[in-house]
Design a protein around this ligand. Structure first.
Ligand code: NAD
Length: 378
């Protein structure tokens, strides 16, 4: 962890010299107080694919409380490119085999796992064992058992854990949560939520390979429609029934193409979600006793756009969600602010994912969900 002013940081990067080299190292303090407000936590990205390259690394340049301190990659050619582009020292560059030695590197405070879904648990657990705080991309893992193993490893190591749910830090999401909590449009009766895109890429990509992805659209975009259903209603569902549809079995050989599901909520509200790798969808609409509110697009990188039944447009200045998300987690570590996307939230969503697959396997049979004691809503 380093103490920076924003000016220091811009200057060091501008010269291509690492902040680490110039400012020296301090050990991570446990105290969560105002004196930590100027601290920046070093983040190591594990997996330098498209999300790290085009979203996370650029967003790290916009954060107040984090900086890109290290990389972990299985592709040798990427090492020099990233070192040059972001001023990352050689000593902060790891591969999948020597990754565990990151334990000895005081520059790295947070390990951010951005690998195919089936690799999340292994690398998150290894990061925790190395004594590093963990951000694990969504979906948190490919089973509830793996989510439990990650949570246990982080608890045992005394490190913090967060899931890469960028929408939890987005101002539009916070606004609709406020409408629900304050009953701005009355009680929510029905929520409709879609999250999908049309996949036409390489049929051998990991997202279409169940062993690496854990599942298709539901594991990928489905977690967004699960989350929007929940924060669009304001509570965890008490049951789910689900259906699966396939129109391109030649392409979606191994993973689900389109899934619909219906949730019941303890207050009588109902939600319908759709997720697909063969249909575009990016929407949340909550119908309430005295009106409605809508986000469309609801969960892309932004700008998000929203409207309400009273004729208002929901509008916030565009900021990178990933920068807000990483700063939220850093503030949680440094200042003890709430963890807006804890591991338990990732586990809750995986309980729902497993119930959806179970419902489909049982011909759409309603599955009871017992999420009331998880302490996680939203
Ligand atoms: P990607 O395919 O672009 O990158 C995957 C990376 O993993 C590559 O660097 C690849 O070299 C590496 N890798 C290591 N072992 C691999 C293997 N056996 N097969 C394939 N790749 C392997 O994927 P991505 O889009 O960067 O997604 C990575 C993770 O980030 C996924 O869990 C995904 O769900 C998540 N993601 C989240 C968001 C979000 O908005 N929160 C957006 C995109 C991706």
């Amino acid at each position: 962890m380093k103490t920076f002013t924003r000016r220091d940081f811009g200057w060091t990067l501008g010269k291509g010299i690492t902040a680490t080299a110039l400012l020296g190292s301090t050990s991570l303090a446990c105290g969560q107080s105002a004196k930590n407000e100027n601290k920046k936590l070093g983040v190591a990205l594990v997996g330098l694919g498209s999300y790290s390259t085009y979203q996370l690394a650029p967003s790290l340049q916009d954060t107040e409380h984090c900086y890109l301190a290290g990389i972990v990659t299985g592709t040798k050619e990427k090492e020099q490119v990233w070192q040059d582009k972001y001023g990352i020292p050689k000593e902060n560059t790891y591969n999948y085999d020597n990754f565990d030695t990151i334990a000895n590197n005081e520059d790295i405070d947070i390990v951010y796992v951005v690998l195919p879904n089936s690799m999340h648990a292994d690398f998150s657990i290894r990061a925790a064992k190395a004594g590093k705080h963990v951000i694990c991309e969504k979906p948190m893992a490919i089973s509830v058992a793996e989510c439990d193993a990650i949570i246990d490893a982080c608890n045992k190591a005394g490190v913090k854990l967060s899931v890469g749910y960028r929408m939890q830090s987005d101002p539009y999401t916070k606004e609709v949560k406020k409408y629900v909590a304050e009953k701005t449009f009355g009680n929510v009766h029905f929520v409709s939520s879609d999250a999908g895109y049309i996949s036409n890429g390489n049929p051998d990509q990991w997202r279409l390979n169940k062993e690496l992805s854990g599942g298709g659209a539901l594991m990928n975009m489905g977690v967004y429609s699960i989350q929007t259903s929940i924060y669009g209603c304001g509570s965890n569902p008490s049951s789910v029934s689900a259906q699966e549809f396939s129109t391109r079995p030649d392409y979606f050989k191994d993973t689900d193409e389109t899934i619909t599901a219906q949730f019941e909520f303890p207050n009588g509200a109902v939600a319908h979600m759709m997720t697909s790798h063969n249909a575009n969808g990016n929407r949340l609409k909550s119908h309430c006793s005295n009106g409605w509110f809508e986000l469309d697009p609801a969960h892309s990188y932004g700008p998000i756009s929203g409207r309400t039944s009273n004729g208002n447009v929901i509008s916030f200045p565009h900021q990178r969600q990933q920068a807000l998300q990483m700063d939220d987690f850093a503030k949680h570590i440094l200042m003890g602010t709430p963890n807006v996307a804890p591991g338990e939230m990732g586990k809750r969503d995986m309980i729902i994912v497993e119930a959806i697959y179970r419902s489909i396997a049982e011909g759409g049979k309603k599955q009871t969900l017992d999420l009331g004691n998880m302490g996680i809503v939203g």
